[in-house]
Design a protein around this ligand. Structure first.
Ligand code: GCV
Length: 659
């Protein structure tokens, strides 16, 4: 067992509730969880769980008449919705069972404000129907990827060396943290499904049921990544053809057994025909055929299949300039719009490539109006510093969710997507996330999935207030300084102007400008002595810009109109090309890389100033990581600047040291 860090739910965060007289009314496991939480808080802070003179937390059916009046006769909404209001010294929260749970944590976030001046009843409901974390956790330790693929926080909280980790207390604590930010679904194994993991669907199902049992009281459903080849590798059939009757019967039987073991099982998650995973292409079938097979067997039980759109050729020839990985998802899936079953959800990475620090929004999001979509984010920091660098990602996610694919005033990504999914950054590390400050990313993901309109700075403030309740006012400004702009700082010292992928192949940490340039992965920058960038225009390039509706198809096509930060994603330009900022591309590269590394150097003294305010072990951990971040940022600065200086021969206008 590892020590469990309280993250954003330290006992102190419950003081306002725990020092009051609280009534919890209603039945069922979720309301029981609320009762337990309030009971524990009251035991700690002198309140009582009984009469509700200060706070009522109740399901609609159990709401006492007096309390109902406080809510001004508002009508009940869905299971996850709640209303909160305050009148005459009583705060009332009422909703469906999940709504009461979310309402409790809302009151925790409000703290004393929940018990101050009266306020009229306000409804709260999640913007996204499903708010889900995908764990890329392996049951067996994978020889290359380890226990958790792209995991930077130690082992898995679910699995260890071939079996369940067995620390269900930790899983329960995880569920509690997730419920507090509104997450309601978790996929418990890697989308790359290897031999042992495949068996979670059959003879190892009991291990999944154990996790479901622990997460259920927090309103979290368990989902499972399955291999499309399961009928062959587990069932002994000679085909996994989605249109074959025996294949369908096998999946139907397997799914029936899953629901016998886990009646509220969420569904399957599938990575098919992608990076070596099996899929319907082997049988000449489409991805809609594949997804609909699984949707069909899940439908009787209310389950869903999440089918990933991350499909591209990872064995392409770098000499072939016509193949463009960015195009692949749209090329594969847009023609299938309207063909997916009602309970099939297409899970689309937010950008067309792979979670780079800066990408345009995936064109798939606008291209499939008749398909249910989940947008996938990456909380685990594969390409954003691997939880050794501070990189608060909420500002990036907010931009993605607020992007309007049909132009200003049109629907936003948040309005198109039904669900928000993210790859979790959690592991067996005592701080959950390796870097203690990376907890803020997990927190922000849940909050944005609930309300994509939230301001990232306010989310950060909220997280600071909950995580460091005793010293919040003293640590707030320093933490804002360190975290608020950290995504843009990270962008400055890594790959420039949206070009992406200048990381070391394989592990993806640290710079390697040409690391992927001559590989089959389709991630190129095409730098030569004259210029850099990928021509994705319709006029002279791969035609990718044509996958967007107007106005973006025109904006991105145009060298003049394309936003600076995405210039090299869409265009190949000479080093002397002048950006909207007035700088040349080469000078921009030098300036941002010097600036980014300097910004990182300024963080350590700010953090040092928090010594004595935060837990010493946490203080030491972050200090060490900031040192590594600075070392790495300088390495990035020097490799990128040197590379482009040597290619271009253009000196830095300010004569700074380039090697
Ligand atoms: C789980 C990237 C990562 C892989 C990951 C893949 C995916 O390529 O590097 O580790 O595989 O994305 O999203 O499926």
């Amino acid at each position: 067992m590892t020590e469990i860090h309280s993250a954003w739910l330290p006992p102190e965060a419950f003081r306002a509730i725990g020092s009051r007289r609280v009534l919890v009314a209603g039945e069922g496991p979720l309301v029981e969880t609320v009762r337990e939480e309030v009971g524990r808080a009251c035991a700690g802070f002198g309140g009582s769980l009984a009469d509700g003179a200060d706070l009522v937390l109740a399901t609609w059916e159990s709401l006492p008449d007096g309390a109902r009046k406080v809510l001004d006769g508002a009508e009940p909404g869905g299971d996850e919705e709640f209303l909160i209001g305050r009148r005459g010294g009583v705060t009332v929260v009422a909703g469906g069972p999940a709504g009461v749970l979310y309402g409790l944590f809302h009151v925790v976030r409000m703290g004393e404000r929940a018990f101050g001046a009266d306020f009229a009843a306000e409804p709260h409901r999640p913007a996204m129907r499903r708010r889900m974390l995908d764990h890329w956790d392996n049951v067996d330790v994978h020889p290359v990827m380890g226990q958790v693929e792209r995991g930077y926080a130690g082992g898995s909280i679910f699995w260890e060396e071939g079996g369940p980790r067995g620390d269900l207390e930790r899983v329960r604590a995880y569920g509690r943290l997730l419920a507090a930010v509104g997450v309601n679904a978790v996929a418990v194994n890697n989308v790359n499904v290897h031999a042992t993991e495949a068996r979670l669907l059959t003879d190892r199902l009991g291990d999944v049921a154990d996790l479901a049992g622990v997460l259920r009281p927090y309103g979290i459903k368990v989902h499972l990544s399955v291999t499309f080849a399961a009928p062959v590798v587990l069932g002994g059939l000679d085909t996994a053809d989605p249109l074959d009757e025996d294949v369908r019967a096998w999946w139907a039987e397997a799914t029936h057994r899953v629901y016998e073991a886990i009646p509220d099982f969420g569904g399957y998650l599938v990575k098919a025909d992608s990076e070596g995973q099996p899929g319907p292409f082997a049988y000449g079938r489409t991805h809609a055929d594949g997804a609909n097979l699984l949707a069909g067997v899940l439908a009787p039980y209310g389950g869903v299949v999440h089918w990933r759109a991350f499909v591209y050729d990872h064995r392409q020839d770098w000499r072939d300039r016509s193949t463009d990985r960015a195009r692949a998802a749209c090329d594969h899936f847009a023609p299938l719009d309207g063909q997916f079953a009602e309970n099939a959800i297409l899970q689309v990475k937010h950008g067309p490539m792979d979670f780079q620090v800066r990408e345009p929004v995936s064109p798939v999001i606008a291209a499939m109006p008749r398909t249910r979509l989940a947008v996938e984010l990456q909380v685990t920091q594969e390409y954003t510093g691997q939880q050794r660098h501070v990189c608060y990602l909420a500002p990036m996610w907010r931009e993605v969710l607020g992007f309007e694919p049909w132009g200003p005033g049109g629907r936003s990504v948040a309005g198109v997507a039904e669900e928000l999914v993210a790859v979790s950054n959690v592991g067996a590390d005592p701080y959950w996330t390796g870097h203690p400050l990376a907890q803020a990313n997990l927190y922000a993901f849940g909050r944005l999935a609930w309300d994509p309109g939230l301001d990232p700075g306010e989310i950060l403030d909220e997280w600071i207030g909950l995580t460091f309740p005793d010293v919040a006012e003293r640590v707030r400004e320093p933490l804002r300084t360190i975290m608020d702009g950290s995504w843009e700082t990270y962008e400055r010292y890594t790959a420039p102007l949206g070009v992406g992928f200048m990381v070391r192949p394989g592990h993806h940490y640290g710079p390697d400008v040409d690391g992927y340039e001559y590989t089959p992965w389709g991630t190129y920058h095409f730098a030569d002595r004259d210029g850099v960038g990928v021509d994705r225009t319709r006029a002279t390039g791969t035609g990718y810009t044509g996958q967007y509706p107007e106005p973006w198809s025109e904006v991105y096509e145009s060298l003049e109109r394309c936003p600076d930060e995405l210039l090299l994603f869409f265009h190949h330009v000479p080093y002397g090309h002048v950006l909207k900022s007035g700088k040349t591309v080469i000078q921009h590269i030098y300036d941002t890389h010097f600036a980014g590394a300097e910004e990182v150097a300024a963080l350590r003294p700010v953090w040092d100033g928090l010594a004595g305010l935060v837990d010493p072990a946490l203080h030491a951990r972050v200090g060490e990581l900031l040192d590594e971040q600075l070392r790495s940022a300088r390495e990035w600065r020097d490799q990128i600047n040197t590379y482009f200086f040597r290619k271009s021969g253009v000196p830095d206008a300010h004569g700074r040291r380039i090697h």
